[in-house]
Each structure stands twice: as structure tokens, then as C-alpha cells.
Design a protein around this ligand. Structure first.
Ligand code: PMP
Length: 455
């Protein structure tokens, strides 16, 4: 890629080794805990991705509040990762704490509805324009359920997804395109039950011809998409792309599912509302519970009516949809408070300019050294990538990836009290993020650019 020939690799590894040594030196308590943790957890972590943080071990968290957290070594960080959107409402927002605390004393899970469910479903209907909602505990499950219903309703098997998408640990989505444009298992797909070519057709983002060819097979139940890709860097839709996908999905009788789990950064109704999109189903999780496990999917009246007629009451608990703790009182209380009091219209009015300030800072750092990089904006989220132009699809975005450089960037940031979203170079603003937090990143980024390119 452009970058690999531009960044001096010796300089990169020299800086990385320096930063690694600093990291080890300044995090003795995390190091000790990481050693203990390895006794009963593979990699010393409760969830396998956590080994991918930069540095020789993950930092252990002591407390997190608003846009900051403190690790067990007493170091304060600005958090632009925010639990990869799970804490987009800020860590432990007061309104969510109050609602959840009250609910904790009143029963956590009963497998019966609470009145909060009415507040939440009404709020979601208002924001996203779909009238009827069901609840899960993760966005992954919401996607799985949406896919099952789409198959039930269409009597077809395959799902169309975008190349280099991510929708949670959803089997159908771990597919990519090979060099010949065929759908194959994504690299390192762990233990697929069947080859993904049997369940999935992958198309490039912004490629309408490929989308039409996929739908014309007559095998497609649903298109599952993020309105903008956010999991391979940010890739924005070309003008008219979504309108054309909507037209095609209608023409071929295919269910259109918008996954707004990350693109909620575009505004209170996500990119769906911001861009006036009209999906048949909509999925969201992570952020709307303020950090408490939650997920949900919405659908049209017509779909809900058909589903009701197709699934016999006697079998409703064994058809593959639902979860024992889904829709529990705690999760609903968290969503009710977070949606109505924290991730409000007013919060976005504050957060979006902060992301612009962050992106302006990154652009200034890039310009100062002439780095062949770009920065992409999406509401209160922004991301830099290692190519001169913004990518138009997942392949382009993946091709500009540079794992070693990313590791350096993230570790350099961490050593200066800044946490970026792992796996890419993304920053998310929460209602508590300040201009000073953003400017700390701007300074750090400018310093690294100088060290990398001018040093
Ligand atoms: N959809 C999208 C767009 C996501 O980015 C993610 C997680 N990164 C998910 C779904 C799945 O969320 P979870 O892991 O919380 O189920």
C-alpha cells in the first residue's frame, strides 16, 4: 500500500520498541494482574479479543466515569473507544445509574414485561420510523433474529452482506470476496458450520451492479447492512446508493435490515433517520442501554402480522428466536433512561462538533508532515485511515490497513493517556467528552506524525 512504502519500517519498529518499554515500566499493577489472570483464562483475558490491545498485556480498569477512566496503576485516560460504542452514553451516566439502581432493588429478571418496555419501544419507533420492536441482550442476537425472520417470511436462505462488514458473531456475516469475486469464508473464520457460500452472498459496498446480481438469483432472504461501514474503517455511502438498494430490495421481495449499532453516531435516529432511509427491519444494541446489556430489532406492522400468523403459539419458545434474559427489567430500565435522558437530541448537538474538532486536529497533523492519510467523519465518530483518499468499499479500506502501524499508534496514544478503539483508528465522542480531551488527541497525533515522518 501507499503507506507501507511511505513509513520507514525501521523507524516504526524502533518507536514501537521504545513505547513497549515505556508501557511495561509505567503499568506494574496491570502487569501483575495480567500474570495472575493467565492462570484461569486463556491469554489472561475474559474475552479473547482483549489480547489484541497494544502493549504486552491489557491495562486493568479501576474506575470509569464519563469520557475518562483510571487504570489500576492510577493513570487517567481520555476514552475515545468507549467500549467500542457500548459506553457511547459516557461511562456510568447518572440517569442510567439512577434508573438501574432503582430497578436492581425491584427485581432484575422475571421473563415478564415491565412498563419501561413501553417507553423504550415507543421511543425507538419515534426515532427510527418502525412501529414494532423486540428485545435481546446483544446486537448480535438482534441480527440473528432478524435474519431468521427474514428467512421465514421469504422462504429463501441466503443473506447479502457487504465485503468486510461486521455485524457481531453472526455466522452468515463471516464471508468475504476472493480475488475472483466469489463469496468465501473470511480469513480466520472460526469453526463455520457450513461454508458461508451456502448462506451468504457478499457484495462490495457502493456496488449496485453486484447488489442487483445477488438479488436476481432469487435466493436472497435479506440484505443486512450498516448504512455506512464502520468496522473496516469508516466507508460512507455514495449519493443515491441506499435509495437504489431500497428500490432493488423491493423489486426482488428481499427484506432490508439496517444495522444501526455503530451508525447511531450520525444522530438520535442513526444514519437511517439522518439520510431518510426506509428499511424493513432495524437492529441496534450496545449504546442504548448506557452499558447495560441490551439489543433490539424493529419491524413493520405487515411483517409482524405475517410472523404472528406463521409461528404457532405452542412452538413460540423453541423456534430459534428469543432468550431467557432478553427484555429483562434491568435492561429495559437502562434503555428507557439512556434513550430519554442521556443519548438525546441535545447530546448529539454537543457531540458532533467535538468529532469535527477531532477530525480537524487529525487533518492538521496529517497536513503538517504530508502523510498520505485521510480522516473520515460520521456524526460523533471519526476515523483515520492509511490511504490518501477515503475508501469507497471494504476492499479498498482493507487494502490500506497496516497492522504494525496501527499497533504503534494505539500504544503511543495509550502511553499518553488516550484510548482509541482497537482494531482500527476510530474515535467516538460521548456527552461528557470535552474540547480539552479532543485537543489532547490532536497534540498526541501531531507528535507521532513528527516522530514518524520528520524524525
Ligand atoms: N453490529 C455492528 C455494526 C457492530 O459493530 C457490532 C459489534 N462491533 C455488532 C453488531 C455486535 O454487537 P455485540 O458484539 O454487542 O453483539
Amino acid at each position: 500500500t501507499v503507506l507501507k512504502s511511505t513509513v520507514n519500517r525501521d523507524r516504526l519498529s524502533e518507536l514501537y520498541e521504545r513505547e513497549r518499554a515505556t508501557f511495561v515500566l509505567t503499568h506494574p499493577r496491570s502487569a501483575a494482574l495480567a500474570e495472575q489472570a493467565a492462570t484461569h483464562m486463556p491469554g489472561g483475558v475474559p474475552m479473547s479479543w482483549m489480547v489484541k490491545w497494544p502493549g504486552d498485556f491489557p491495562i486493568f480498569i479501576d474506575t470509569a466515569k464519563g469520557a475518562h477512566f483510571t487504570d489500576v496503576d492510577g493513570i487517567d485516560y481520555v476514552d475515545f473507544c468507549l467500549g467500542d460504542t457500548g459506553a457511547m452514553a459516557g461511562h456510568s451516566p447518572a440517569a442510567t445509574i439512577a434508573a438501574v439502581t432503582a430497578q436492581l432493588a425491584k427485581g432484575i429478571t422475571t421473563m415478564l414485561p415491565t412498563a419501561d418496555a413501553i417507553t423504550v419501544s415507543a421511543e425507538l419507533a419515534e426515532r427510527f420510523g418502525l412501529p414494532l420492536w423486540q428485545f435481546t441482550l446483544t446486537a448480535t442476537d438482534a441480527n440473528r433474529h432478524a435474519i431468521r425472520y427474514a428467512r421465514l417470511l421469504t422462504g429463501r436462505r441466503k443473506i447479502v452482506v457487504h465485503n468486510f462488514c461486521y455485524h457481531g458473531s453472526v455466522d452468515e456475516a463471516f464471508a468475504t470476496l476472493d480475488a475472483d469475486g466469489r463469496t468465501v469464508d473470511r480469513r480466520s473464520n472460526i469453526g463455520p458450520g457450513v461454508p458461508t457460500s451456502e448462506t451468504t452472498i457478499v457484495v462490495e459496498f457502493n456496488d449496485l451492479a453486484a447488489m442487483e446480481a445477488a438479488l436476481a438469483t432469487g435466493e436472497v432472504a435479506a440484505v443486512l447492512l450498516e448504512p455506512a461501514l464502520t468496522n473496516i474503517g469508516i466507508v460512507l455511502p455514495a449519493p443515491g446508493y441506499h435509495q437504489a438498494v431500497r428500490e432493488l430490495t423491493r423489486r426482488y421481495g428481499v427484506v432490508l435490515i439496517n444495522d444501526e449499532t455503530h451508525t447511531i453516531c450520525a444522530g438520535p435516529g442513526g444514519l437511517t433517520r439522518a439520510a431518510g432511509l426506509e428499511p424493513d427491519m432495524l437492529v441496534i444494541g450496545k449504546s442504548i442501554g448506557g452499558g447495560i446489556a441490551c439489543g433490539t430489532f424493529g419491524m413493520t406492522d405487515e411483517m409482524a402480522g405475517r410472523i404472528e400468523r406463521m409461528v404457532p403459539l405452542e412452538d413460540i419458545d423453541v423456534g430459534g428466536i428469543g432468550g431467557t434474559l432478553a427484555g429483562n427489567g434491568l435492561s429495559m430500565a437502562a434503555m428507557a433512561a439512556t434513550l430519554t435522558e442521556v443519548l438525546t437530541e441535545a447530546a448529539f448537538v454537543k457531540m458532533i462538533p467535538l468529532a469535527d474538532r477531532w477530525a480537524d486536529g487529525v487533518q492538521a497533523g496529517i497536513d503538517a508532515v504530508g502523510a498520505p492519510w485521510h480522516v473520515t467523519r460520521l456524526g460523533c465518530r471519526a476515523e483515520y485511515g492509511f490511504s490518501p483518499e477515503e475508501p469507497v468499499n471494504g476492499s479498498e479500506a482493507a487494502a490500506s490497513d497496516d497492522f504494525e502501524l496501527q499497533q504503534l499508534l494505539h500504544l503511543y496514544a495509550l502511553n499518553r493517556g488516550i484510548l482509541l478503539t482497537p482494531f482500527h483508528n476510530m474515535a467516538l465522542m460521548c456527552p461528557d467528552t470535552t474540547e480539552a480531551d479532543v485537543d489532547a488527541h490532536t497534540q498526541m497525533f501531531a507528535d507521532l506524525c513528527q516522530e514518524l515522518f520528520a524524525g
